[in-house]
Design a protein around this ligand. Structure first.
Ligand code: HEC
Length: 151
């Protein structure tokens, strides 16, 4: 008795989750785009201040924190059903789901590079931040090249 009640509840929850997911493709797309945009802004702020003779360490640390935090959300931001077939405007290419291991590798590489960047920023080591930044940027570019629609 107890078991079947648990089973019914679990089934109901799964069904509910499925419906919510389908209905919420637009929400998932919006969230991941905002997540990307946050990284884009942080990358810009970081590279701008690094061009100055005395980089603003508050900006350096905050930017590195945003990049490292958002990078962790990249892989999970592309659930099935949130590609162009959803009918929602997105630059996500179907290759994300067709070559999911490759896509995930790019996301994992970004997380790793962003951890190095954040450690350098937290240590207040501007030279190390300068060295880490191209590694991060390279990962953004590598993934966009194969998985983001140009237009
Ligand atoms: C694992 C792949 C991957 C990585 C890594 C990645 N991106 Fe993206 N990015 C995408 C995809 C796919 C889209 C298109 C998303 C959509 O339109 O639904 C995108 C979209 C964007 C956008 C446009 C968002 C909008 O307003 O619609 C910006 C800006 C962006 N990425 C910045 C970055 C930056 C900066 C980095 C690195 C710090 C990065 N991305 C790393 C895959 C990636």
């Amino acid at each position: 008795m107890k078991h079947s009640a648990t089973l019914i509840l679990a089934t109901a929850l799964v069904a509910l989750g499925g419906t919510a997911l389908a209905a919420d493709a637009a929400g998932a797309i919006k969230d991941r785009q905002a997540n990307m945009k946050g990284m884009g802004k942080a990358m810009k702020a970081l590279s701008e201040t690094l061009k100055t003779p005395a980089p603003d360490m508050v900006v350096v640390k905050a930017s590195a924190l945003t990049i490292a935090t958002n990078a962790r959300k990249v892989a999970g931001g592309f659930p099935k059903g949130t590609g162009p077939e959803s009918g929602v405007k997105t630059h996500a290419l179907p290759a994300i789901w067709a070559k999911s291991a490759e896509f995930k590798k790019h996301a994992d590489d970004l997380v790793k590079a962003s951890v190095v960047l954040k450690a350098a920023a937290d240590a207040g080591n501007v030279d190390a931040v300068r060295a880490a930044l191209p590694q991060v940027g390279g990962n953004c570019k590598a993934c966009h090249k194969d998985f983001e629609a140009k237009d």
